[in-house]
Design a protein around this ligand. Structure first.
Ligand code: NAP
Length: 236
């Protein structure tokens, strides 16, 4: 039976590369994208399926979940990859706006909960589903407080706190699903050259995708409720 994966925000960047790498493992990938034209083009390039999925739009999420159930009858892998940020200037704690906070949280936090809850019924139909949440080292409380860490000076309230919230969301789902074969883990891709970083970074999107692919394809003895990057486990 084919393994079926959905990657959100897969029309470009790290999500696109996760979709490519899962496909190279023989997995049937559904490219999730909010823009139909961009999503279809990406799916066509990869020879994979496409579903319109805006993680902030309940109607889009519901339709995508219904279609996946009808088309495949199960979902083995969900990668919650879609994410947005703001400039460090706009994210400065003392001057950032609630509008900015809400906008970032709608995608990076509430979007993950909405998509995961809509898809859990179809994830439960797979023998041993894997959920991977695309977090960031910027969400690590321990690194944020470590004066010797390169992340120390970066105080982007909306983005960093959204990823800290995502880390707890990862733990919360893993705990609810503890006695099931479903594993839920968070990953940090590293600083990658994509649109979100303005093309800066020490890694390609393909290199950044590898850790999500690893956690998405964990065996039965693999962990749940972890936060990791290529170099190993990250502190929460
Ligand atoms: P990117 O190239 O900007 O890609 C972001 C993706 O998310 C795009 O496909 C975008 O779609 C999609 N997206 C945004 N809002 C969405 C929504 N409401 N519904 C569905 N899709 C939505 O950035 P990236 O670097 O690949 O980022 C992917 C993930 O990695 C993000 O969660 C980011 O926080 C995380 N991350 C990245 C880095 C890094 O250094 N690049 C480091 C740590 C974590 P559109 O094309 O329609 O905008």
């Amino acid at each position: 039976m084919k393994t079926i994966a959905l990657v959100t925000g897969a029309n470009k960047g790290i999500g696109f590369e996760i979709a490519r790498q899962l496909g190279e493992l023989g997995i049937t990938v559904i490219v999730g994208a909010r823009d139909e034209k961009l999503g279809r083009a990406a799916a066509e390039e990869l020879g994979q399926a496409f579903v319109q999925l805006d993680v902030t739009d309940p109607d889009s999420i519901k339709k995508a979940a219904t279609w996946i159930d009808l088309a495949y009858g199960k979902l083995d892998i969900l990668v919650n990859n879609a994410g947005i940020t703001v400039s460090h200037e706009e994210g400065k704690p003392s001057t950032t706006s609630l509008e900015t906070m809400r906008r970032i949280y709608e995608t990076n936090v509430f979007g993950v909960v909405a998509v995961t809850n809509a898809l859990l019924p179809v994830l439960r139909k797979a023998p041993a589903a894997r959920i991977v949440n695309q977090s960031s080292e910027m969400g690590s409380m321990e690194h944020a407080l470590n004066e010797n860490h390169p992340a120390f000076p970066i105080v982007n309230l909306p983005y960093n706190s959204s990823k800290t919230a995502l880390n707890m969301i990862t733990v919360a789902y893993a705990k609810e699903l503890w006695d099931t074969p479903i594993k839920v883990n968070a990953v940090d891709p590293g600083w990658c050259r994509t649109d979100i970083t303005g093309g800066e970074g020490y890694k390609s999107a393909a290199q950044g995708a590898a850790i999500a692919v690893k956690l998405a394809t964990l065996g039965a003895d693999g962990p749940t409720a972890t936060f990791s990057q290529d170099q190993g486990t990250l502190p929460w």
